[in-house]
Design a protein around this ligand. Structure first.
Ligand code: SF4
Length: 342
């Protein structure tokens, strides 16, 4: 049986075209799965009974639900999923006053090897497909409240472009979940060949993990720098014509004494001045056995203030879900424990 969850409208159309059905039928099916979250083909009122029966014979709508969940004292919820092939991955639901955000994984583990990241320590267990990504949103109990999606969970999204581009299309298309592309953000360490295709094929926001404006320092924390130098990526981003509301951001996880000095601040300003690229400053979460600590809030405020008065938009991201290891860089800690116990 073919699972329709994760298919685009053109893929659904390819399935039903040989039976004489048209694109409008495909749109009605996609709309029922993604927007109305109908789980039984007989509930799709806008298609003929014969098509409902045909679909029932060849396909299923299988959104799978999480296996376990953990709730943080700040209301953040971390979910553990296992797909039908046994790949495990985590998803984080972050409720806030105005937004309800889901942070999705794109791979089970990751192969980028960033030394401060817990997901990297879990190893790489394979790519997720677009159905796995969409299930992380439709499969959680609060699916109906979700307003924003961030691709910042386990894995490097631009190392799995086919599934990620498809998921972005499903999230933002009128026939799909119809979220504004401005409410969907894909985060990357920077995979140069995938940057322009991402910018051209999706309308979603992009966040680039920078860490340091100095390549010799960045490479120690973001090994992808060796193959994909950040200076080249910034040049591509500066040269790409962006629509007005589309946001390109660099994210800097701030570690005291390591990347929060005045030299780093000046480097950031030099790199980004006049580019329209924003800066998001994030607190650092130490992992076990690590002596590094996050920059103090005052230091982060100092960075933000100085960037803003230089004409660079900057913000500080509040940490969420750290007590359940759901914060940035901490996903997969439970999976590692399980792996070690085997
Ligand atoms: S920080 Fe992101 S890209 Fe780096 S290892 Fe962790 S999940 Fe992968």
């Amino acid at each position: 049986m073919k699972n329709l969850v994760g298919l685009t409208v053109s893929e659904i159309y390819e399935l039903i075209k040989p039976e004489g059905y048209n694109l409008m039928h495909a749109k009605a099916i996609a709309n029922s799965i993604y927007k109305k979250r109908i789980t039984d083909f007989s509930g799709i009122s806008k298609i003929p009974r014969k098509l409902q029966l045909f679909l029932g014979g060849i396909a299923e709508q299988s959104v799978y639900e999480p296996l376990a969940s953990e709730v943080s004292s700040d209301g953040t919820v971390k979910y553990l999923f296992r797909n039908p092939e046994g790949k495990q991955f985590e998803t984080v639901y972050i409720p806030d006053k105005k937004h309800d955000t889901v942070c999705v994984s794109t791979q089970s583990g990751c192969r980028m090897g960033c030394p401060f990241c817990v997901t990297a320590k879990y190893g790489f267990h394979g790519d997720l497909d677009s159905g796995d990504i969409i299930s992380q949103i439709l499969g959680i109990p609060t699916a109906g409240k979700v307003t924003h999606i961030v691709f910042m969970g386990m894995g490097e999204p631009l190392d799995n472009t086919e599934s990620v581009f498809k998921a972005c299309e499903i999230l933002t298309a009128e026939w799909g979940m119809a979220l504004s592309p401005g409410n969907v953000t894909v985060s990357t360490v920077g995979i140069t060949p995938a940057i322009v295709p991402f910018l051209e094929k999706t309308g979603c926001n992009l966040t680039l993990s920078l860490f340091s404006p100095f390549p010799a320092e960045r490479i120690k924390v973001v090994p992808a720098e060796k193959k994909y130098p950040v200076d080249e990526i910034i040049d591509i981003l500066k040269g790409f014509p962006l629509k007005k509301k589309r946001r390109i951001t660099v994210a800097c996880v701030m570690i005291r004494g390591i990347n929060d000095t005045d030299r780093h601040l000046e480097g950031l300003k030099r790199m980004l001045k006049g580019s329209g690229i924003r800066v998001n400053l994030l607190p650092y979460h130490s992992v076990q056995g690590d002596e590094n600590v996050s920059s103090a809030e005052e230091r982060m405020m100092y960075f933000k203030h100085n960037l803003v008065i230089s004409g660079i938009s900057a913000s500080i991201r509040r940490s969420r879900g750290a007590d359940i290891s759901a914060a940035c860089g901490l996903l997969a800690s439970g999976l590692i424990q399980e792996q070690n116990e085997k």
